[in-house]
Design a protein around this ligand. Structure first.
Ligand code: SF4
Ligand code: ZN
Length: 477
């Protein structure tokens, strides 16, 4: 790989994937939580619309930006080639993350409108003083790995007004991309698709992408994954024959279980596509949102990556992300793509929207069109509830579908407390006379009958409080 990058001031290799750049070591960052407008977008153009290998920078370049700052950024990649179709835009776009992380001293996180990039001081010292190096590296990597891209040009936009303007356009493109697959049903196709691109970070993670379940990173629809698997059968996307439907409500298919077991090297054996309990889909780290179970109200909260405060359970996104990610199945925590919330199969086995009790206002506004009308005012946001007690109160007041369960749980808890109080009242100790018995200790001897022994005690309707049980073997027996 190195000869292709002769003349570059820094190294480019898959060995840098997974590099982390801490704040103290960063020269500057683009996007991330402090920056409102950021995006990366790939568009397929006609052959004469793309100037091959051109890298353009609109706005200040790396060397012109003040060290230590956080800046807006738009990355527009235009590609052309006779075999390219618009269905591949999402797939190519998702690889920006992977290939950027090959560059020594550039860390790339997330996707689409949510990107976060840090440039390391040490790479800037080595000569990485312009975004053109990044652009040139991407062009070489993409063209080497995806030969159907014949021409490619990269535009970096750092001018804040221009980024804000183009951001709106990018959002429309993402929306149109996701809309294409809406209406297609899981039952109507005989093939699902998988993605293992994130195994470099989460080695046992396998994304299962169906028409009604977008990837958790939110960037691959079923159509995207299908186009990718067709054009690049040896790549990270592959078909998953559905096999037998084992549970249409929880979303379990024999074909998924087989392929996931194989691709996760045996660590994940069963997956429920439509539930966050028992055998939930694994989560890598790039989920757009985290769905988390709130046992106190038997409901589901959802928090998106951009939410800066603490969720209603007292945990910020970052703490929950550590618990959710890594490619393991964590019951009650699940990484999901935003578009999944628009799906007919959204937590289908768990009650769907009827079970959702809390989400940040920003996210709620974004998916408002998908929330059943009668529930919109019943789902709390950070404005209605910032802790569990407030949440409970809100849900009861609004008579949310989980309110009945909350009342039941409260009644049961009150009953329990009353019982404990009653038990705490001093009373005559009740002794149950247990006869002195010897438990059989002799081992069966070959040819002899097993010594008879043991006792059976049946206590009907009894309540027994035991502080201590000591079982001792008597000497000599
Ligand atoms: Fe692929 Fe899933 Fe990673 Fe998205 S989150 S890149 S679909 S493995
Ligand atoms: Zn991932």
């Amino acid at each position: 790989m190195s000869s292709a990058f002769a003349g570059f001031p820094i190294e480019i290799s898959p060995a840098f994937e997974g590099q982390r750049i801490r704040r103290d070591d960063m020269y500057l960052e683009f996007g991330g939580p402090k920056v409102e407008h950021k995006f990366e977008l790939v568009r397929v153009r006609s052959m004469d619309e793309v100037e091959d290998e051109k890298v353009q920078i609109i706005g200040p370049d790396l060397k012109d930006l003040k060290e230590g700052g956080s800046y807006p950024l738009g990355i527009l990649i235009e590609i052309a080639g006779p075999k390219l179709e618009t269905d591949l835009e999402g797939v190519v776009e998702r690889r920006i993350h992977m290939y950027t992380n090959y560059i020594e001293g550039i860390m790339h996180l997330n996707q689409r409108y949510d990107i976060w990039i840090r440039i390391a001081k040490k790479s800037v010292k080595k000569g990485l003083d312009s975004l053109k190096w990044w652009g040139m590296a991407l062009i070489k990597l993409f063209k080497a790995e995806m030969p159907y891209i014949e021409k490619m040009q990269v535009t970096f936009i750092t001018d804040p007004d221009e980024v804000a303007k183009k951001f709106e356009e990018a959002m429309q493109v993402y929306e149109a991309r996701d809309a294409r697959v809406r209406g297609l049903k899981d039952e109507e196709v005989d093939m699902f698709y998988g993605c293992v691109l994130c195994q470099s970070f989460a080695p046992t993670h396998v994304c299962v992408i169906t028409p009604e379940r977008i990837s958790l990173c939110g960037s691959l629809t079923w159509l995207d994954a299908r186009a990718s698997a067709n054009i690049d059968p040896k790549g990270p996307n592959f078909p998953i024959p559905k096999g037998e439907c084992l549970d249409p409500v929880k979303g379990e298919w024999s074909g998924i279980n087989e392929v996931v077991a194989q691709r996760s090297l045996g660590s994940v054996k069963r997956v429920y596509l439509y539930s966050m309990f028992e055998y939930p889909h694994t989560s890598c780290g790039c989920f757009e949102c985290i769905a988390f179970y709130i046992p106190e109200v038997d409901g589901i909260g959802i928090v998106h990556r951009g939410f800066r405060g603490e969720a209603v359970n007292g945990l910020p996104f970052s703490s929950m992300a550590a618990q959710t990610g890594g490619g393991i199945q964590t019951e009650g925590f699940l990484g999901i793509g935003i578009e999944y919330m628009r799906s007919r199969k959204f937590f289908y086995a768990d009650g769907g929207w009827n079970r959702v009790v809390w989400m940040p206002e920003e996210l709620k506004m974004r998916v408002k069109d998908a929330i059943p009308e009668e529930l919109v005012d019943k789902i709390a946001t950070e404005k209605d509830a910032t802790n569990i007690e407030e949440l409970k109160k809100f849900l009861l007041e609004k008579n949310h579908p989980v309110a009945e369960k909350i009342r039941e749980m409260e009644a049961a808890a009150a009953e329990e407390a009353a019982a404990e109080e009653a038990a705490a009242v001093p009373e005559q100790p009740t002794t149950i006379g247990i006869p002195q018995v010897s438990l059989p200790t002799a081992l069966p001897v070959a040819g002899q009958a097993v010594p008879a022994g043991g006792i059976k005690i049946i206590l009907k309707g009894a309540k027994i409080h035991i502080n201590k049980v000591i079982i001792k073997k008597t000497e000599g027996k």
